[in-house]
Design a protein around this ligand. Structure first.
Ligand code: ATP
Ligand code: MG
Length: 462
């Protein structure tokens, strides 16, 4: 059965088919991972499973990250115990998932995901995928059959993600030469690249993200079809795209990922039409600076809000829509709200940005023009807004990218650090009047449209 399956999966790649049949056991002297690098929770689960007569391995990203000297985000475990058997062994555990059931085992604040080995969803008799298991593009609709450990390795995405670490024996089991690929820093898809991308187009994005995050080369055969298959991403449920995009943006390597997505033609219709944005010099600079900033924050373990990130990625879309609505004769405020509504609704459909982020995104955007009104009590009122800090950081990025003058950013920095007496002095009435005159005499820009007193922004414009 396994041989038959391997022949099928690797039929277009005979070299790979030879190599996958061989199991390599890598001893601890060679790979260097010690069981004390595993959390006590994961270790306890593995040893209890093994004591009960089951196999238990740390799998996937955690093994890969440990080998690369990175700290794993979490520890996933694979076993030959069924979900019921695993659930039975651990008092603090629960079975989750309907299609493919997994067990979450809790110890203290940690949760370890324990998954039964999964196999290929193949029709045995005909040795091909029955039509109802895939959509018309070859995308797997079901991936929920128990299998052997070997099959579990093969159904994974990249060879470096298919290593099993036994924390009791401290051995690594490698069915697909993942260890060698990892040493050579090669990201290689398992099996026939086209078929594997068709089964699950999210693997296209995972290839780019993992290569950027791990500083690896995408192996030539794995890289070749990526550009051509990019349109398959349109068939992926938006919620999965959203999850994957968020992983990418919060990876600490968002900038190289986005650059790579674009270079490989994967950005179309994914991020807020990155193709358009990155072709506008201001948009490109804005996103580049913002993503660099985000990457630094993540590497310093500082919090990053997804709402803030999406506000950044979509801002130039909003700006350009806002401008065109105004050119068509709409007033600045209604035009801004219309632009926001339109851009967000496009993105809800494409990326499934959950509506819970809408409030943050909108608030950040709607506060932007208010930074430009340096008159009367308005700057004071702005300071008290609960989302002031995010909107302020956003405005500074706009200054840094050249969209707004640096003078505005500097003014706000000074205003923020000043005491109330100095703040009052920073808003002299006459100087403001003069400023208004000067502004009217020069050519209008998009942001000027909201600077003029008649357009002053209400606190709750909706
Ligand atoms: P990260 O460090 O970003 O979490 P990861 O490789 O651990 O990376 P997960 O999404 O946590 O990514 O997935 C865990 C494991 O499940 C992977 O290492 C891989 O073996 C397998 N896997 C994940 N997504 C896919 C997929 N689309 N197709 C096949 N296997 C996958
Ligand atoms: Mg993971």
């Amino acid at each position: 059965m396994i041989r038959k399956f391997l022949r099928k999966v690797f039929s277009r790649n005979p070299a790979a088919s030879e190599s996958i049949a061989r199991l390599n056991i890598i001893p601890s002297q060679r790979h260097g991972i010690r069981r004390n690098q595993i959390t006590p929770c994961a270790l306890k689960i593995a040893s209890q499973l093994q004591q009960a007569g089951f196999s238990a391995y740390i799998v996937g990203g955690a093994v890969r990250d440990l080998l690369l000297g990175l700290t794993p985000k979490d520890f996933d475990m694979a076993t030959n115990a069924t979900p019921e058997q695993a659930h039975h062994l651990f008092r603090r555990s629960r079975i989750i998932g309907r299609r493919f059931r997994l067990v979450h085992v809790m110890c203290g604040a940690e949760t370890v995901e324990v998954s039964t080995f999964r196999g290929p969803s193949l029709d045995d008799e005909h040795n091909h995928r029955p039509a109802q298991l895939t959509d018309q593009h070859g995308r797997l609709l079901h991936d929920n059959v128990f299998g052997s450990q070997e099959e579990d390795a093969i159904r994974r995405d990249f060879t470096i993600n298919a290593l099993f670490y036994d924390p009791i024996k401290e051995e690594i089991l490698d069915y697909l030469n993942g260890y060698e690929d990892l040493e050579a820093k090669k990201l290689r898809i398992i099996g026939d690249p086209v078929q594997r991308y068709r089964e699950d187009p999210v693997r296209l994005l995972r290839a780019v993200r993992l290569a950027a995050k791990l500083g690896m080369q995408i192996e030539a055969e794995t890289a070749k079809p990526i550009g051509d298959l990019a349109p398959l991403l349109q068939n992926v449920p938006p919620s999965r795209l959203f999850d994957e995009m968020l992983k990418l943006l919060l990876s600490g390597h968002a900038l190289p990922c986005v650059v790579e997505l674009r270079a490989r033609g994967l950005h179309h219709g994914l991020l807020p039409m990155l193709d358009i944005i990155l072709e506008q010099p201001l948009g490109e600079r804005f996103i580049t600076i913002a993503l660099k900033n985000t990457d630094e924050r993540i590497r310093e373990n500082k919090p990053v809000s997804p709402g803030f990130l999406f506000a950044i990625l979509l801002w130039h879309e909003v700006l350009s829509k806002w401008n065109s609505l105004q050119s068509a004769g709409e007033k600045p405020w209604p035009a801004l709200f219309k632009a926001i509504d339109q851009i967000l609704s496009i993105q809800h459909k494409k990326l499934a940005i959950p509506r819970r982020f809408d409030a943050v995104i909108q608030e950040i955007w709607v506060m932007q023009p208010r930074f430009e009104v340096r008159a009367g009590r308005k700057p004071f009122r702005l300071l008290t807004h609960p989302r002031f800090r995010a909107a302020y950081d956003f405005m500074l990025l706009r200054c840094e990218s050249g969209e707004l003058s640096m003078e505005l950013g500097e003014w706000w920095k000074t205003f923020l650090s000043a005491d109330s007496e100095k703040r009052e002095k920073m808003l002299p009435k006459q100087a403001l009047a003069k400023k208004g005159r000067r502004r009217r005499s020069r050519k209008k820009t998009s942001s000027d449209l909201v600077l003029e007193p008649e357009n002053a922004i209400p606190i709750n414009p909706h």
